[in-house]
Ligand binder design. Structure first.
Ligand code: ZN
Length: 118
C-alpha cells in the first residue's frame, strides 16, 4: 500500500517534524515507514534538527541564601559578595544552627575567643 503525500499529510509530517518527534515516531503516526519519512523530509528540504543546545553549565552548584532552608546549615563558605560565596547546606545538628562539622568549628572559635578575652 502506497501512501500518497497529500497536502494534509505533508502538513502533518511537517508539524510532527517541528515537534521534534523522531522519524520513526512520525512514521508510526502517519502509518508509513521511517524511511518514507526520511525520504519526504529530504525532499521537502526540512531543516535538519540539531540536538538541542546544551544547557548553560552552572559554574558551581552553590547554595545561595534564597535556597537555604531552616534545617540547613547556614555556615557561610567563601566571602560575601564573591561569586563562589554560598552556604554549607548540610543537615543541621539537632537544636543547632549548623551541621555537626561546622558546630565543632563554631564552638572551638567561641571557646578560643572566651579564653583569649579572659
Ligand atoms: Zn555546615
Amino acid at each position: 500500500m502506497t501512501q500518497e503525500w497529500t497536502p494534509e499529510r505533508t502538513a502533518a509530517l511537517i508539524a510532527l517534524w517541528n515537534e521534534q518527534l523522531s522519524t520513526a515516531e512520525i512514521g508510526r503516526r502517519l502509518g508509513i515507514t521511517k524511511n518514507a519519512v526520511i525520504g519526504k523530509v529530504h525532499r521537502l528540504g526540512l531543516q535538519q534538527r540539531r540536538p538541542s543546545p546544551k544547557p548553560k553549565t552552572e559554574p558551581i552548584n552553590v547554595l545561595r541564601l534564597e535556597g537555604l532552608r531552616p534545617n540547613m546549615c547556614s555556615w557561610p563558605i567563601g566571602h560575601p559578595g564573591e561569586e563562589t560565596f554560598h552556604f554549607c547546606g548540610e543537615q543541621i545538628a539537632e537544636g543547632k544552627p549548623y551541621c555537626t562539622k561546622h558546630c565543632a568549628i563554631a564552638y572551638i572559635r567561641v571557646k578560643d575567643r572566651s579564653t583569649s578575652v579572659a
